[in-house]
Design a protein around this ligand. Structure first.
Ligand SMILES: [Zn+2]
Ligand SMILES: [Zn+2]
Length: 285
């Protein structure tokens, strides 16, 4: 069984529509794929409608959090999308995305980069606008060669010259909300140092004590040593470990199924969740 528990669509900053994403997941030989757009469940219905036979969809989202000034992402799986408290928090985070992207454009203009809000909005399309869209605009303008090159201190990395903070949820509050909506919480790419500062191991222990279910270990932003260290930490703390592509379509280089999650861990995630169930594909349009 091949299981990829982290993928983005055009509902946030991926380049595949939700329907394209599930078709590509089936074509990549996956048995299970999770749709985890940033702070939104908007792509779920279209993904379910297009779900090919033989592919199971895990509904989810990747929630923007911040702990002690450090941005971090929390994957939430199989929560009830209608549960009001978690829904309200997702909206709060999303509503802040447009003013924040506009503020980054203004900051880049001050740095002499002729990026416009119209350009960023066009790149985002109807997805919830985020930093990768601003990064893509910098690539279009020839300021940097790739999106990754925009995530530096010169440009858009945390604390970088063009960076603007956004509303992010306290992760302990996020855990409370995810659990309250029947979901399972996995800390995404916890040691992805090239994205900026990462949270301390002691904080991961505190999150584990507060109900965190697992950490994402096999991820493109973790090298072998980091993975080994995280696996040890997870064992110590009794956390599940997952592996995922964090697929963004053509916006990033990783491919669906590049990293996968152990079927036993997947089984445990589905056992713990009670907000939603995995959706088996019935051969969508
Ligand atoms: Zn992330
Ligand atoms: Zn992601």
């Amino acid at each position: 069984m091949r299981i990829d528990l982290h993928a983005h669509s055009t509902a946030s900053d991926g380049t595949d529509t939700p329907a394209e994403l599930v078709r590509n997941a089936a074509a990549a030989g996956l048995d299970v794929v999770a749709l985890t757009d940033h702070d939104t469940t908007r792509g779920h219905a279209a993904a379910v409608a297009a779900l090919p036979e033989g592919l199971t969809l895990v509904t989810g989202a990747e929630l923007s959090c911040r702990l002690d000034g450090v941005s971090m992402h929390m994957l939430a799986y199989l929560f009830d999308p209608e549960e009001p408290a978690l829904l309200a928090e997702r909206e709060l985070v999303r509503d802040d995305r447009v003013p924040r992207a506009r503020a980054m454009v203004a900051r880049l203009n001050e740095l002499g980069v002729p990026v416009t809000w119209e350009q960023v909005a066009r790149i985002a399309g109807d997805g919830s606008v985020g930093r990768p869209h601003v990064a893509s605009a910098l690539v279009e303008l020839g300021v940097v060669p790739t999106v990754s090159d925009a995530f530096t201190q010169d440009w858009l990395a945390d604390g970088g010259r063009g960076f603007v903070e956004k509303h992010e949820t306290d992760p302990f509050e996020a855990l409370r909300l995810i659990k309250g909506a029947g979901g399972v919480a996995v800390f995404a790419h916890p040691a992805a140092a090239k994205r900026g500062r990462t949270v301390q191991e002691a904080s991961i222990a505190d999150l584990a004590a507060a109900g965190l279910d697992g950490i994402e270990v096999d991820h493109m932003d973790h090298d072998e040593d980091t993975r080994a260290r995280l696996r040890g930490l997870a064992k110590e703390l009794g956390l599940l470990t997952t592996g995922s592509s964090d697929y963004h379509g053509s916006r990033k280089t990783c491919v669906l199924g590049e990293y996968t999650t152990d079927p036993e861990v997947y089984g445990e995630i589905t056992r713990r969740a009670f907000g939603a169930f995995p959706v088996p594909g019935a051969g969508g349009a």
